[in-house]
Design a protein around this ligand. Structure first.
Ligand code: Z5A
Length: 208
């Protein structure tokens, strides 16, 4: 039966393996004959994405509220494109989404999770969120952190706790300390059943 595509989000702290696993998922799904595309947030190619990139690389100082709203705007820029693809039957594998937005900003002083969720309310609601669960210590051991602004163990620990507060019924928590292949197998099993199940379902609105 043809039908809409599934919106699959992959989340986790830095170095949890999101980009590696998104690539593996896409190639496995393509070889199974599915229509699938990968997306990544932030999308650093757009105007908002360029500002975000300059901020993350410490080339530009921005107020934390502004940064948060830029990350959200960067997702809204893709909203109609995402809906169009989903309606055409293309499944989307999305590397970070609004959960990263809320988890990272609310790890900063003076921000509540509730405030941080607001600008993303109404975006397409994921059918499945695969949370790659890894402690900040284990993540750091994967080659250490680079130069970007959030790449510090203490900060990533807070982000990890915030992610766990965002868990909802669409979430599957995957043990990301397993081998790449085992993580992949577990993710693919979950994705395959969701792609089949959502075909006749409407696309929901996030956090509404
Ligand atoms: N951010 C935000 O604040 N608000 C928002 O709304 C959004 C994002 C969307 C940039 O994100 C920053 O923006 C990020 C969050 C913030 N901040 N920080 N810090 P990004 O997605 O562009 O970050 P990235 O640097 O491109 O990706 P990443 O998170 O660091 O990595 P990853 O994609 O999770 O992992 P990976 O690149 O696939 O793998 C990392 C290493 O681990 C690599 O050497 C792999 O070979 C290795 N690896 C992967 N899997 C395994 C397993 N299973 N075992 C052992 N080693 C492994």
């Amino acid at each position: 039966m043809s039908g809409r595509g599934a919106l699959i989000v992959v989340e986790g702290i830095d170095r949890s393996g999101k980009t590696t696993q998104c690539a593996k998922l896409v190639s496995a799904l393509l070889s199974q004959g599915h229509k699938v595309e990968v997306m990544k947030f932030p999308d650093r190619t757009t105007e908002t994405g360029k500002m975000i990139d300059a901020y993350l690389q410490r080339d530009q100082t921005l107020d934390d509220h502004v940064v948060h709203l830029l990350f959200s705007a960067n997702r809204w820029e893709q909203c109609s494109n995402m809906l169009e693809n989903l309606h055409k039957g293309v499944s989307l594998i999305v590397d970070r989404y609004a959960y990263s937005g809320a988890a990272y900003t609310s790890a900063k002083q003076g921000f509540t999770l509730d405030w941080c969720k607001n600008p993303d309310k109404g975006l397409p609601d994921p059918d499945l969120v695969l949370f790659l669960n890894l402690s900040s210590k284990e993540a750091e051991s994967r080659g250490g952190y680079g130069e970007e602004i959030y790449e510090k163990v203490e900060f990533q620990k807070k982000v990890h706790n915030n992610f766990l507060q965002l868990k909802s019924k669409q979430w599957k928590v995957i043990d990301a300390s397993q081998s790449e292949e085992n993580v992949h197998r577990e993710m693919l099993n979950n994705v395959n059943s969701v792609i089949e199940n959502v075909k006749g379902q409407q696309i929901g609105k996030l956090w509404l």
